[in-house]
Design a protein around this ligand. Structure first.
Ligand SMILES: [Zn+2]
Ligand SMILES: [Zn+2]
Ligand SMILES: [Zn+2]
Ligand SMILES: [Zn+2]
Ligand SMILES: [Zn+2]
Length: 248
């Protein structure tokens, strides 16, 4: 992306130029323009524009999500705050929340595709496509496979069920019931929130505990030590002198 200091600056009159991103006029002198384009507000606006899929090329301000050329007279802010644009952003964020779909390449570069990290596939980034992708059986299956080792969920001998190590409970072996368990089961969610609260910023990892059926331990990277993976033992360890000494 072109980011020279004249980026976004268009002629306005004999004595002034206009910054399209900030909607302001600036005296037509390199020094003034440079000062403006180095300013915090201008940089924020360029970032905002990028995050919103608005590009500026050949003197055309174009909004990719809305597939709309913005008139140079309109302010970019007005467009971003406008209904059609903000509805798209909200609907999109809703759709991709928790789905491992990245739309950043679409918004911030010339790519037309969104990318699904669990299906490893790109597809054209429209609300309709994303909606059908996230509801598709392949995606539901892939996302379940991706989430199992992050959630302590293991296959059992009979293929009809899986086992949740955290809740010590059996779940129907279907993407729907597994995802429901991960997202909605109170006991399951409570375990995660309590443990994550505890180990946050403590350099303790539970990755191996979650991904390996017979691993009963969390691991402290600070003390290079295994700790039984339950709230009591973790709490004791975090408050132990050894851990606190390594901490400082
Ligand atoms: Zn500006
Ligand atoms: Zn737009
Ligand atoms: Zn997918
Ligand atoms: Zn569970
Ligand atoms: Zn430790």
């Amino acid at each position: 992306m072109k980011t020279g200091f004249l980026y976004g600056i268009v002629a306005s009159s004999k004595t002034r130029v206009r910054c399209l991103f900030c909607g302001v006029h600036i005296p037509k002198a390199n020094k003034c323009i440079e000062q403006h384009t180095n300013g915090a507000r201008h940089k924020e606006n360029v970032e905002l524009m990028t995050e919103n899929g608005i590009t500026f090329k050949n003197n055309i301000l174009y909004c990719k999500p809305c597939k709309l050329e913005l008139s140079l007279e309109d302010s970019m802010m007005q467009h971003i705050d406008g209904d059609s644009h903000s509805n798209w952003i909200v609907a999109m964020e809703d759709l991709i929340d928790g789905e491992f779909i990245s739309i950043e390449p679409y918004l911030t570069s010339e790519k037309e595709d969104a990318y699904c990290e669990v299906c490893h596939s790109p597809f054209q980034c429209t609300l309709q496509n994303i909606e059908s992708h996230v509801n598709g059986i392949n995606h539901r299956t892939n996302i379940t496979e991706h989430l199992k080792p992050l959630n302590g969920i293991f296959p059992v001998e009979n293929d009809d069920e899986v086992w949740c190590k955290i809740c010590n409970t059996f779940i129907d072996n279907s993407p729907q019931s597994i995802l429901e368990h991960i997202d909605d089961d109170e006991q399951h969610m409570f375990w995660f929130s309590s443990i994550e609260d505890l180990i946050e910023e403590q350099d303790i990892t539970i990755k191996s505990f979650l991904a390996n059926e017979f691993d009963n331990n969390a691991y402290c990277n600070r003390c290079h030590q295994e700790i039984n993976c339950n709230t009591k033992s973790l709490e004791d360890h975090i408050n132990s002198e050894a851990h606190l000494t390594h901490f400082s």
